[in-house]
Structure formats: structure tokens, C-alpha cells
Design a protein. Sequence first.
Length: 71
Amino acid sequence: MPGVRVDPEDDFEFALKRFRKQVERAGVISECRRREAYEKPSVARKRKEAAARKRLMKRLRRIRRREMRDY
């Protein structure tokens, strides 16, 4: 669990900003949102397949752009 040690002379806003960064890096918010409601296995599988497809297309776009530059 993320935590931030705060010195008495530290600014509260600065400590809050550090805490938010740690929470985001740890993935606490995304994990909570994922567990908010039950997701059927078929829906989870479709979501993962769509994410994989999106990553593949992104990789292909990068490769095509690189090939376009290499005349």
C-alpha cells in the first residue's frame, strides 16, 4: 500500500501530489474500478482481445511509418 512520510515543514499539497503519484504507479485506482462490478469471463476475454488487437495495430502503424521514411 502506498504511503508518504511527511516532515512538519513539508507543504501539504506537495505531500498529496507525491501520494497521488504513488497510488497511480501502484495501480490502486484501476484495481478498484476493475473490482467494482463483476465482469463475465466472456466480456473479460473480449476486452483482452481488443486490447491485444489495439497494441498490434499500434505496432504495425509504427513499422509502416518507419518504412515510409526509408526510401
